[in-house]
Design a binder for this molecule. Structure first.
Ligand SMILES: Nc1ncnc2c1ncn2[C@@H]1O[C@H](COP(=O)(O)OP(=O)(O)OP(=O)(O)O)[C@@H](O)[C@H]1O
Length: 276
C-alpha cells in the first residue's frame, strides 16, 4: 500500500464520460437559483467515482444533467463521444427513493424485466438477464413477490438488479442507500463494489456520507458549496480488495477520510478554489 500524502487525482486519459463547464440555473416565479456554477471532470471507462459535497451543493442536479433528465444552462455532458441531450441508451440510474421507483402492481421479476421490454430485447434474452441480475443481488427466490412485500433493503436490491439487467455502460447512483439501516447499507455497498468489479461497468455514485465515498470509490470528487465548482479530486489509493472491517480499520482509510472530511468542512465555510 502506498504511503504517499493525500493528493489530487491526475486527469484521466481515456474518458468515457466528460462533464465540461456544466452550469445549471433554476429560474421561475421571480427566483433564480444557481445550483451548479462550473463543473468539469472526466470519468474513465470502468472507473468507480464518488461525488460528495455539502447539502444543497447540487449533487442531484449534476446527476440529473448527466442522466439527460435535465438540461444544463451552460456546458455539456459527453458520453462515449456523444453529447447527452436525453437519457442515453447506455446509462442506468438508481435513485434514493426506491419505493417510488418500483411499480407496486408488478412483481419483482416484472419490474426488472420492464426496461428490457422497452429496449425491445427478445424474450429469451430478457429471461436470462433478469435471472442473472436477480441472482447477483440475492433475490432470485423472491422474484414472484411484489415490492411492497419486501424490506427497504430488498427493494433497493431490486432497483439495483433492474439497473444491471439493462447492461449499462454507466451506472449512476444518487444517494441510493440513504434510507436503509446501517447493516443493510454496508451489505449494499459491498454488493455495488462486487458487481462493479465483476461487470466492469463505470459507476458514478453520489453520497453525502464521507466514509461511504472513501470505502467505495477509486476517486472522490469533492464539490464546493453553492454556487458549485469542483473543490478537489482525491485519489483513493486503498487496495482494490476491500471489506468493511479490514479496509475501514486501515490507517490510510483514516487519513483519506480525514482529508475528505476537512474538505467538506472547508466547503461549508465557503472555501473555493483560487479564482473561482
Ligand atoms: N427543480 C428545482 N427548482 C428550483 N430549485 C431547485 C430545483 N432542484 C433543486 N433546486 C435547488 O438547487 C440547489 C441544489 O439542489 P440539489 O438537490 O441538486 O443539491 P444536493 O447537493 O443534491 O442536495 P442534498 O445533499 O441536500 O440532497 C438547492 O438550492 C435546491 O433548492
Amino acid at each position: 500500500m502506498t504511503t504517499s500524502p493525500v493528493g489530487e487525482a491526475a486527469a484521466t486519459s481515456t474518458a468515457l464520460l466528460e462533464v465540461r463547464g456544466l452550469k445549471k440555473v433554476y429560474e421561475g416565479r421571480g427566483r433564480r437559483i444557481e445550483a451548479v456554477r462550473d463543473l468539469t471532470f472526466d470519468v474513465a471507462a470502468g472507473e468507480l467515482v464518488c461525488i460528495v459535497g455539502p447539502s444543497g451543493a447540487g449533487k442531484t442536479t449534476l446527476l440529473r444533467c448527466v442522466a439527460g433528465l435535465l438540461d444544463a444552462t451552460e456546458g455539456e455532458v459527453v458520453l462515449e463521444g456523444r453529447r447527452v441531450t436525453e437519457p442515453p441508451p447506455g446509462m442506468a440510474v438508481v435513485f434514493q427513493e426506491y419505493g417510488r421507483s418500483l411499480f407496486p402492481w408488478l412483481t419483482v421479476w416484472q419490474n426488472v424485466e420492464l426496461p428490457l421490454k422497452e429496449k425491445g430485447l427478445p424474450k429469451e434474452k430478457r429471461r436470462r438477464l433478469v435471472e442473472e441480475s436477480l441472482e447477483a443481488v440475492g433475490l432470485l427466490d423472491a422474484h414472484r413477490a411484489h415490492p411492497w412485500q419486501l424490506s427497504g433493503g430488498m427493494q433497493q436490491r431490486v432497483a439495483i438488479a433492474r439497473a444491471i439487467a439493462y447492461e449499462p455502460h454507466v451506472l449512476l447512483m444518487d444517494e441510493p442507500f440513504a434510507a436503509v439501516d446501517a447493516q443493510t447499507r454496508a451489505d449494499l455497498e459491498d454488493l455495488v463494489r462486487s458487481l462493479w468489479r465483476r461487470l466492469g461497468i463505470t459507476v458514478l455514485f453520489v453520497t453525502h456520507d464521507i466514509d461511504e465515498s472513501v470505502y467505495l470509490g477509486q476517486r472522490v470528487i469533492v464539490l464546493s458549496g453553492p454556487p458549485t465548482v469542483v473543490l478537489e479530486q482525491v485519489t483513493i489509493d486503498l487496495p482494490d480488495e476491500r471489506d468493511q472491517l479490514t479496509t475501514r480499520s486501515l490507517p490510510r482509510f483514516a487519513e483519506l477520510r480525514s482529508h475528505v472530511y476537512e474538505l467538506i468542512q472547508q466547503a461549508k465555510r465557503g472555501h473555493r478554489p483560487a479564482g473561482r
